[in-house]
Ligand binder design. Structure first.
Ligand code: SF4
Length: 283
């Protein structure tokens, strides 16, 4: 009974531990994604003067494929005047990390003037970056002080930001050979005709020249002596060519006694065919 109880308790503890571990891991992964996986909005140094606003946007474009092309800056100032200023603008943007330096017009100048006043404001500013065609948007709420601080401490200009964070095309690990199975066109001949026997225009030039010496007879000759040096591998090649002269036995090849030595051409052919070059002869 005691053993059964102890076993049951161990099982319950292990199951509880497993559930706690899984839940904890989920929280950790979710928390990591929330804090570090969120798209990043960076304030940049604008070159557009008092009405300018420059920013860079970085996000995981594989996880969230979208073309961000709109920005909204809104001041919420419920206890002061004006209570609200909203500025919107469209820009080129991009499908991966991008930076923009925008002239947002007099409204931006007014917003900066209002929040830079001597009185401390209990107001907040929202910057929203959105992809109008994809229905995706990201909002960044911050206090007026933080907004001004970010503007003042912007570390990069738009060009510097692009240089630093622009996504480069991944390196090709396995280059594929580009092949075409269509032959290149023949080079232009400029009207020149091919001087070949098959061209009727040059038939006369080739008449009588049927392959040069190919048809000329080769004169046979007598052989004074023929012999086999050690090393024969009994392959039968010589006997197949001229059996009147060569006889292949069990362990070697021999010259038949009284072999005719008048067919020098075939003896030479047998010597050239011998794979171990042991057939020798004198002319
Ligand atoms: S061709 Fe050469 S190796 Fe072959 S049987 Fe004749 S002598 Fe021997």
């Amino acid at each position: 009974m005691n053993i059964q109880f102890a076993t049951m308790m161990i099982a319950i503890i292990m199951a509880t531990g497993l559930v706690v571990t899984v839940v904890g891991l989920n929280f950790l992964i979710g928390g990591g994604e929330f804090f570090f996986g969120r798209p990043r909005l960076d304030f940049l140094r604008s070159r557009k003067g008092a009405n300018g606003f420059a920013f860079g946007f970085r996000w995981n474009h594989v996880k969230e494929p979208a073309k961000f092309d709109r920005i909204k800056i809104a001041l919420y100032n419920p206890f002061g005047s004006p209570t609200q200023i909203e500025i919107q603008s469209k820009y080129t943007g991009g499908n991966t990390n991008f930076a923009e330096d925008l002239d947002l017009g007099p409204s931006m100048g007014k917003l900066i003037k209002v929040i830079s006043g001597p009185e401390k404001m209990d107001a907040s500013i929202m910057v929203e970056v959105s992809a109008s065609a994809d229905g995706v948007s990201h909002q960044y709420m911050m206090s007026v002080d933080k907004f001004l601080k970010k503007l003042g401490l912007a570390p990069f200009s738009m060009d510097e930001y692009k240089k630093k964070f622009e996504r480069k095309a991944p390196k090709v690990l396995y280059p594929t050979v580009k092949r075409s199975f269509v032959a290149d066109p023949l080079p232009a001949t400029g009207g020149a005709k091919l001087k070949i026997a098959a061209n009727p225009e040059f038939a006369e030039d080739f008449s009588g020249a049927t392959g040069g010496d190919a048809g000329a007879a080769v004169e046979n000759f007598d052989v004074k002596k023929v012999w086999i040096e050690p090393g024969c591998i009994v392959c039968d090649a010589c006997e197949t060519i001229i059996p009147e002269v060569f006889e292949v036995q069990d362990a070697t090849c021999v010259i038949r006694s009284g072999a005719p030595l008048t067919d020098g051409l075939r003896i030479q052919e047998a010597a050239e065919a011998c794979p171990v070059e042991v057939i020798k002869f004198d002319r």
